[in-house]
Design a protein around this ligand. Structure first.
Ligand code: SF4
Length: 171
């Protein structure tokens, strides 16, 4: 049986493909819908793209919402919501790896209370930390050593280069 599928996967935040899911006033830069350079790079290299659920818009059905800081999001209910979604994403990653597919990277969005990877601006200045969802996912998948790349929507070059490097390694 001929089967020509790509075995490579990258997991992306929901809003990397659908920026309309971001909080109001956040979509300020060049791309209005998806953050195209990442999507184009993945498509050009035949990487399967998995869109992770958006924890903030699915919490209490808040698609249209004002931006809120991480301290406001850091509640028991929101953490339970993030834990549930992190578990679902973990199960999907585990299933792929056990099926001999390769998850080559996970992308996050810097400055997001849920999905940041390295830093977020808070009332106390810049904090180096992961978001409430990304931190939980990271704890579950540590053993797989999958690169997690934080996208700064304003300055995408650094993270784009990181992703290019990961893709170069499989080509
Ligand atoms: S929670 Fe994550 S996926 Fe949803 S808008 Fe924020 S950064 Fe994007």
């Amino acid at each position: 049986m001929i089967d020509n599928r790509s075995k490579y996967f990258v997991f992306v935040p929901f809003c990397l493909l659908a920026q309309a899911y971001q909080a109001q006033g956040i979509v300020k830069y060049e791309w209005k819908s998806s953050i195209k350079p990442f999507v184009n790079l993945l498509i050009d290299n035949d990487i399967n793209i998995i869109q992770m659920p958006c924890t903030e818009s699915t919490f209490k059905n808040r698609l249209i919402r004002e931006p809120m800081g991480i301290t406001k999001y850091d509640t028991k209910d929101f953490n339970i919501h993030c834990e549930k979604i992190a578990n679902e994403v973990y199960e999907q990653i585990k299933q792929l790896i056990e099926s001999d597919y390769k998850v080559i990277a996970i992308l996050g969005i810097e400055q997001s209370p849920s999905c940041c990877v390295n830093y977020i601006y808070t009332n106390h200045g810049n904090e180096n930390r992961k978001g409430l969802f990304m931190g939980k996912l990271y704890d579950k998948i540590k053993e797989y050593n999958i690169p997690i790349i934080g996208v700064n929507r304003k300055y995408i070059n650094k993270s784009l280069k990181q992703l290019e490097k990961v893709i170069d390694e499989i080509n």
